[in-house]
Ligand binder design. Structure first.
Ligand code: 3PG
Length: 218
């Protein structure tokens, strides 16, 4: 499979739910109840960032115990991260930007990648390599909804998952754009609620995102 097809397949994943929770988890004991809380609330595509010592173990736990969940690895910064994410069982990868090394490693191990882009040149460069689904990052500090609207005119062939500064208040504005199938954000399951094992609050937050669901979503 080529990177193009894998990235294209990512669009189906992005359409499964309006929000991809961006998770920072260090305690492996939290992995299973956290995934369960989010899936119960209707969010089954989850991004576990590789920002903690135990992130890979957390991914493994989630993959092995939540059949419904589609668990991705975020904050991929190197080839080593890509190989480790794949080995842990991640179904997709997310990177804040895009390097040749990461693109190559993801294609090599068939890990669908959501690569980050912040400018029209970066968007075009990724598109020229076949990446028609991209993460717009950091979304709010790069012009937010207005910037994505402006990109849609000249570059209509790219779908974006904006992440970085997306909140329950502005998510609906992003999702009203035709080039935004989903958004990413940490607000659904913030670190303090994970640390406190407040699964009820996390499920409630996940559930409340269903109001953002796009009419076309499957
Ligand atoms: C990240 O990678 O940290 C994401 O962009 C999450 O950003 P947020 O905390 O602003 O949702």
């Amino acid at each position: 499979m080529t990177s193009y097809q894998e990235n294209h397949d990512l669009l189906k994943i992005c359409k499964l739910a309006p929000v991809i929770p961006v998770l920072v988890v260090d305690e492996t004991s939290k992995a299973v109840p956290l995934a369960k809380a989010l899936i119960t609330g209707g969010l089954r595509v989850l991004e576990v960032t590789l920002r903690t010592d135990n992130a890979l173990a957390v991914i493994k736990e989630m993959v092995n115990s939540n059949a419904e969940g589609i668990i991705g690895a975020g904050t991929l910064l190197s080839e080593k991260d890509v190989y480790a994410a794949k080995k842990a069982g991640a179904k997709f990868g997310v990177s804040p930007g895009a390097t040749e090394q990461i693109l190559r490693a993801c294609a090599e191990v068939s890990l669908p990648l959501l690569p980050g882009a912040a400018t029209p040149s970066e968007v075009m460069s990724l598109l020229s390599k076949g990446y028609s689904v991209q993460k717009f990052f950091p979304a709010e500090s790069n012009g937010g909804v207005k910037a994505l609207k402006s990109i849609l005119g000249p570059i209509p062939g790219v779908s974006f998952c904006p992440t970085g500064g997306v909140t329950p208040t502005n998510a609906i504005d992003y999702l009203s754009l035709t080039n935004v199938p989903c958004v990413g954000g940490s607000w659904v399951a913030p670190e303090n609620k994970i640390k406190a094992a407040d699964w009820r609050a996390i499920t409630e937050r996940a559930r409340s995102t269903q109001a953002f669901r796009k009419p076309s979503a499957g």
